[in-house]
Design a binder for this molecule. Structure first.
Ligand code: GRF
Length: 221
């Protein structure tokens, strides 16, 4: 029996990515267990969803702290109290300081709704439509101090269709987010994609199919 890595998921909202990680971690051979879900917003819908799955939850309300670092110290205390080894940001809407990020470097992942390095920041689907790109998608990456710029672990591409609205495109991307986040966490928790000297080191026997969801398969639904 191998030891599962203890994971904390940080959310601010509905938590659909969180739910996909909780679901994946139910598999006996999944290398991680979800030890905690933390929200910086009291009453975030994802908290109830996590509790219904029997996952421990905590709220660290950023408004209760005068400064960002005091908030992050409280967050860090909650994480260490639950023995978290890996952090997954999943719709966590607080910018973290280098103090916090450097504490968790190589052990903190984020999912971003675009094919990075395109469309960093907010409103990615609207901007993809405005730019007229034909392929859009999502990315799981290690978190580094520069926003949405950390080394990439997995990506999924989806087509942009002529009839697309922001909502339709966002839903198509979200379905793939729910595929690649569990995949990326599995790779990280099993030590297959370590962050070394600022790059993701892939194993020599890397199966490239494991990190690619193509427009063709994304069209199937
Ligand atoms: C997702 O689109 C994710 O890529 C972004 O925030 C959104 C969170 O959605 N970082 P959910 O709370 O996981 O449903």
């Amino acid at each position: 029996m191998f030891a599962k890595r203890r994971v904390a998921i940080l959310i601010s909202g509905r938590g659909s990515n969180m739910a996909s990680l909780i679901e994946a971690a139910k598999a006996p051979d999944y290398p991680a267990e979800i030890a905690l879900v933390v929200s910086n917003i009291p009453g975030a819908p994802g908290l109830e969803r996590a509790a219904a799955e029997g996952v421990a939850t905590a709220v660290v309300d950023y408004k209760a702290y005068p400064e960002r670092e005091a908030f992050e110290r409280a967050l860090n205390r909650a994480l260490t109290a639950h023995g978290a080894e890996i952090l997954c940001l999943a719709g966590f809407m607080r910018i973290l300081t280098p103090w916090f990020i450097n504490r968790w470097i190589g052990r903190m992942l984020n999912i971003h709704p675009s094919l990075l390095p395109l469309f960093k920041g907010l409103h990615t689907h609207r901007r993809a439509l405005e730019e007229g790109v034909r392929i859009h998608g999502c990315t799981v990456h290690y978190v580094t101090p520069e926003l949405d710029s950390g080394p990439i672990i997995a990506q999924a591409a989806v087509p942009v269709l002529p009839s697309d609205t922001e909502n339709a495109l966002s839903a198509r991307v979200l379905r793939q987010e729910h595929v690649i986040y569990p995949l990326a966490l599995k790779l990280v928790a099993s030590g297959k994609v370590p962050l070394q000297q600022g790059r993701v080191e892939m194993e020599a026997d890397w199966d490239e199919r494991a990190a690619l969801v193509s427009p063709q398969s994304a069209c199937a639904e």
